[in-house]
Design a protein around this ligand. Structure first.
Ligand code: TXA
Ligand code: MG
Length: 333
């Protein structure tokens, strides 16, 4: 097959496009990695049944090997060939898939299952699975016919990408192909729920709010404290999603040397949502942080930090504040 890409640089193909999807499929079959759009953030995709391909995901990102990957599937039937779904897990899957919810379920190991590469689960006997809501990626998953492992497509410890340009800045030259399907519409990563515990536990706040999950399950789910997550999900302990400039949160009186990330009435160099809309704020969060982080270079200024306006800790504000808190946390090795 004559592929429309060059072999010595990172190619960008606009999608939805049959040529782009076919090219991505061919690369994935060959054990290569492809950056794909999802509704939450861009993912770095590899064949979840090919251990060599999945090892490449870790080395390309510089990701610690004890931080397992999320498996993406086109439908619930394939998800059930990989993991064991309790009634609660099925209810959540049927309510929120395709969408920004990742379910941790026991990993199947019987002879009829789809065998996931051991690197994907970092040796755990559970697996994190979701169906992404982007049409182009569902189409890719359907045509590929196998599950795809995909962490966020950023170098480990850096901000998650919500545009193809962000991916290019972080991973350009390290992967053969980026499928450019425009900006992500949710903008923060999926909510992760561990359904192997009863009641289920929220491991990461994200695009589906805790209020929604509580309503669906008619109970108040608790959120795991980071120090209780390890070693289940070691990556959640580390300093994540960080720009290089230090961040202060809940700031009402910024210093002169700080760039300001505004919200609502508090203007700022960039405002997440002048109307105080949390969905709009989640959608613009990472792009705003990417822009503020390169502000000095693009504007010839010398700001020394980022001050963030107070953002209500309700609804999607929980995920936004979580990502900002991680960005302010001290770096761990
Ligand atoms: O929205 C998203 O979830 C994006 C898109 C690309 O789907 N993906 C994403 O992946 O955010 P990543 O690798 O950046 O975050 C996945 C998180 C990690 O914190 C990992 O520790 C956790 O999922 N995880 C994966 N498998 C797990 C498991 N079996 N048990 C507990 N946590 C798990
Ligand atoms: Mg990530």
């Amino acid at each position: 097959m004559n592929l429309p890409y060059s072999t010595n640089s990172t190619n960008v193909l606009k999608t939805p496009s049959q040529t782009a999807i076919a090219t991505a499929c061919t690369l994935l079959q060959q054990g290569e990695l492809v950056a794909i759009a999802t509704e939450t953030v861009y993912g770095l995709a590899g064949d979840a049944t090919n251990d060599t391909a999945c090892q490449k995901i870790y080395t390309t990102k510089g990701r610690p090997s004890n931080n397992p990957l999320i498996v993406h599937v086109p439908n619930l039937a394939m998800a059930q060939e990989i993991g064991v779904f309790s009634d609660t897990a099925l209810l959540l899957a049927n309510t929120y898939w395709a969408g920004a919810l990742t379910l941790v379920v026991p990993l199947r190991t019987d002879s009829d299952c789809i065998s996931i590469a051991p690197t994907v689960t970092a040796g755990l006997n559970t697996v994190a699975i979701r169906i992404p809501a982007r049409d182009s990626t569902r189409e890719l998953l359907t045509q590929f016919g196998k599950p795809i492992a995909a962490p966020s497509a950023n170098p480990s410890g850096r901000l998650s990408p919500t545009t193809a340009d962000h991916v290019m800045v972080g991973l350009g030259g390290k992967i053969p192909l980026i499928l450019d399907d425009g900006a992500c519409t949710v903008g923060v990563e999926s909510t992760i729920v561990d359904t192997t515990q009863s009641p289920p536990v929220i491991l990461r706040a994200g695009g589906i709010t805790v209020d929604c999950l509580n309503t669906t399950l008619s109970q108040n789910l608790s959120t795991a404290r980071p120090d209780n997550i390890a070693p289940k999900s070691a990556g959640m302990l580390t300093h994540h999603y960080a720009p290089t400039l230090p961040i202060r949160m809940n700031v009402t009186a910024p210093n002169d040397n700080e760039l300001v990330l505004g919200f609502g009435n508090m203007g700022g160099h960039i405002n997440l949502s002048p109307t105080g809309d949390l969905a709009q704020s989640a959608c613009s969060l990472f792009d705003a942080l990417h822009q503020l982080d390169s502000w000095n270079a693009t504007h010839g200024t010398a700001y020394t930090g980022i001050a963030v306006a107070p953002i209500p800790n309700t609804g999607l504000g929980v995920a936004i504040n979580d990502r900002l808190t991680r960005a302010t946390a001290p770096k761990t090795p």
